[in-house]
Write a protein that binds this ligand. Sequence first.
Ligand code: SF4
Length: 166
Amino acid sequence: MGIEQKLPPVLATNLEKVVGLCRANSIWPMTFGLACCALEMMVASSSDYDIARFGAEAFRPSPRQADMMIVAGTVTKKMAPMVERIYNQISDPKWVIAYGSCACSGGIFNTYGTVQGVDEIIPVDVYVPGCPPRPEALLAAIMKLQKKIKSEKFSDRPDLPKVAAG
Ligand code: SF4
């Protein structure tokens, strides 16, 4: 953000908490359905599961309008460069959920054409195993991610200079 550089440390810490709270409760997911797991991800946004309770209902088809990527499905080696490019197009700060065993570890596809976990190409914040995981598991992952976002510090951002300690 930049403003924290001009604040005394005590105010910068409080600002970190406020910013973390706001970010955690206003996640903008980018859908990235690659295979069958995508169907369960879509169900998570239905009225039955009400993902809006977590401030994460505004699914976006464009990386320019999102700050969280849900990789749902099998990542093939052919798709891997696209996955990486789309991740790079999301502005910082950004987060990733690997949804389903395929995205977590390649799942049942231990083959020459499948990436054995999307974390081989982009960083992952929360892993959701299952083939497919149920929509409730995605909600649980979002709650985990919210906890993580709330505890993030400005100094965790490699693109910003560190806040002075003291
Ligand atoms: S984890 Fe199972 S359901 Fe999900 S994409 Fe892989 S094979 Fe399909």
